[in-house]
Design a protein around this ligand. Structure first.
Ligand SMILES: Nc1ncnc2c1ncn2[C@@H]1O[C@H](COP(=O)(O)OP(=O)(O)OP(=O)(O)O)[C@@H](O)[C@H]1O
Ligand SMILES: [Mg+2]
Length: 284
């Protein structure tokens, strides 16, 4: 979250830190609620005001700063709206490291092609243990980062500075002046709000089952019981691999699948990916 830029109180070192991120690709890491999204929103505002073409990538499919849960997303220009979405298929990156990391990489490349001179990745709060270290490292590699910012909370077990330095990027360590832990309910309500906005004006669409992959990445047309996926979240994927928008499977057979989605009829998905989760789990 770390929402609207006007609500953010900057740390005393943040103006200089934002300046140092100009023209670079950086990844902002830190434990949950440490202030990563607040710092990214602050840096974005400062750098845009200074005339930079800044892209933000939200690398957390559970609490994305913009876009919709189950996706990672990129925004550029002056708008906070997502300009590109990548379907991860789950709100938790832990079991979806490949999807999350490939998504961040593709979004960074997309932002660069769109003319961004500065890219800031707002990484997920998953920093603990080997999974956290693998995720942080590969997020940096995928984005092509040359800098990392550790937003330190002060009470965390992980010392990320050593890891980041060993990865060979320039490392900045900072703290947010006003970190506020968000509890499960606040996080759930935030996911629900983004979810409802994404599905506003949705309608049923029938799609050819030959373009659909089941949660095990097998073609739905070959599934024993395609109807077993009713209620599941689905990503409608464009020819370039980016997500056109989400859907919810209403019914599925070997021939076709009916999906409730707000993706416009004029946008034809090249592929549809059914996730392992259903909508109730995402907003639970
Ligand atoms: N500098 C700040 N100014 C104002 N509020 C802040 C600041 N830093 C953190 N907060 C508040 O603390 C909460 C957590 O901050 P934020 O969302 O930026 O953390 P995060 O590290 O991105 O968390 P998550 O890991 O859940 O994505 C937010 O509700 C935010 O409003
Ligand atoms: Mg955040």
């Amino acid at each position: 979250m770390g929402g609207r830029a006007r609500d953010i109180t900057a740390g005393s070192d943040w103006p200089e830190l934002a300046r140092r991120l100009a023209g670079r690709v950086s990844v902002v890491v830190g434990a949950p609620s440490s202030g990563k999204s607040s710092l990214v929103a602050y840096a974005w505002r400062r750098l845009v005001a200074a005339g930079h073409r800044v892209a933000r990538i939200t690398g957390d499919p559970g609490q994305p700063a913009f876009g919709v849960p189950t996706c990672v997303a990129a925004a550029w220009g002056r708008s906070r709206r997502a300009r590109a979405l990548w379907f991860v298929g789950s709100p938790s990156p832990g079991g979806h490291l490949l999807q999350t990391v490939v998504g961040v990489g593709r979004l960074a490349a997309c932002a660069r092609r769109a003319g961004a001179d500065t890219i800031v990745v707002d990484a997920s709060g998953l920093v603990a243990g080997q999974v956290g270290r693998v995720l942080i490292s590969h997020t940096l590699f995928a984005a092509g980062a040359d800098a990392a910012v550790w937003v330190k909370r002060g009470d965390e077990k992980e010392d990320l500075q050593g890891l980041l330095e060993a990865l060979g990027v320039e490392v900045f360590v900072t703290r947010s002046p006003l970190p506020r832990p968000r509890d499960m309910e606040e996080r759930r309500a935030y996911r629900e709000k983004l979810w409802a906005a994404h599905f506003a004006s949705s309608a049923a669409r029938k799609l050819d089952a030959r373009r659909v992959l089941d949660p095990a990445w097998a073609p739905l047309a070959e599934a024993e019981r395609p109807d077993a996926f009713s209620g599941a979240v689905a990503g409608l994927i464009g020819a370039d691999g980016f997500c056109l928008g989400l859907g919810i499977v209403q019914s599925a057979s070997r021939n076709d699948v009916v999906i409730e989605t707000a993706v416009r009829k004029t946008l034809e998905p090249a592929s549809v990916r059914i996730a392992r989760c259903d909508a109730a789990e995402v907003i639970a």
